[in-house]
Write a protein that binds this ligand. Structure first.
Ligand SMILES: [Zn+2]
Ligand SMILES: [Zn+2]
Length: 237
């Protein structure tokens, strides 16, 4: 028992669960859906496949995230935005294989606002906004497969104990370890081929009224070195 705890301690990471409230905050707020910050004179992001406006899934104000997270991933300024095309004619999610990273029907970027941004954006046809007002810190651990990849091994007894645990945390969260539905699927950075790190997990129908396939779970990842390289992928049962 104590050895299992010791093994887990070696890989423990903090993660943060967003606490949200219905309604939209400012265009600089961390949020699900709602009005994204768009620079003055910038047009609303459209899908590269169907040319229709994309749904904002999440915007994170990186300067307002927990300091320990900022330090661990090395980002502390700008806005991270993720847009996703929900068109069903054509079905961009399928045509563009949006479950895989770097799909052309998703847009991920970090921007640094230099003006007040546009005030004329109509998001009435999109999902209702959920604004993030605080972050609940938790301890998070990888799943068994990922711990095996990290060089940890377990007895059968330890494994059954781990299967009953709720790690890694499901639901929406910042940092920590991905709750993989299929295998361990960190993308590699196209620039340096290094494994990318988890920034944010978006689960089905928690804060965003969207289901990834059959109750799937999605992950925003970033290259540790190339901060502009961001990816989103999801998997389901
Ligand atoms: Zn599209
Ligand atoms: Zn890289």
């Amino acid at each position: 028992m104590s050895t299992l705890i010791n093994k887990l301690k070696q890989v423990e990471k903090k993660a943060w669960i967003p606490e949200t409230t219905e309604g939209d905050g400012s265009n600089l707020a961390s949020k699900f859906s709602g009005i994204p910050f768009l620079s003055k004179n910038e047009s609303y992001p459209i899908c590269q496949n169907c040319n229709k406006p994309m749904q904002l899934f999440v915007q994170l104000n990186l300067s307002e995230l927990p300091q320990e997270f900022q330090t661990s991933v090395g980002i502390n300024k700008g806005l991270l935005q993720m847009f996703y095309c929900l068109s069903d004619d054509p079905i961009c999610e399928v045509e563009c294989e949006a479950y895989f990273p770097f799909s052309k029907s998703t847009l991920l970027r970090i921007i640094e606002p230099t003006n007040d941004g546009r005030s004329d954006i109509d998001v009435s046809k999109f999902y209702p906004a959920m604004t993030i007002f605080s972050w609940n810190e938790i301890a998070d651990y990888p799943n068994i497969e990922e711990m095996n990849e990290m060089g940890l091994s377990f007895t059968d007894e330890e494994e059954s104990e781990l299967y009953e645990s709720l790690n890694p945390a499901s639901g929406d969260k910042l940092g920590g370890y991905p709750s993989w539905v299929q295998g361990v699927e960190y993308p590699n950075c196209p620039k340096c081929d290094e494994k990318m790190q988890l920034i944010f997990q978006i689960d089905s129908e928690i804060n965003l009224p969207y289901m990834f396939g059959d109750s799937g779970c999605g992950h925003i990842t970033q290259c540790k070195e190339h901060k502009e390289v961001l990816a989103f992928g999801w998997a389901c049962y």
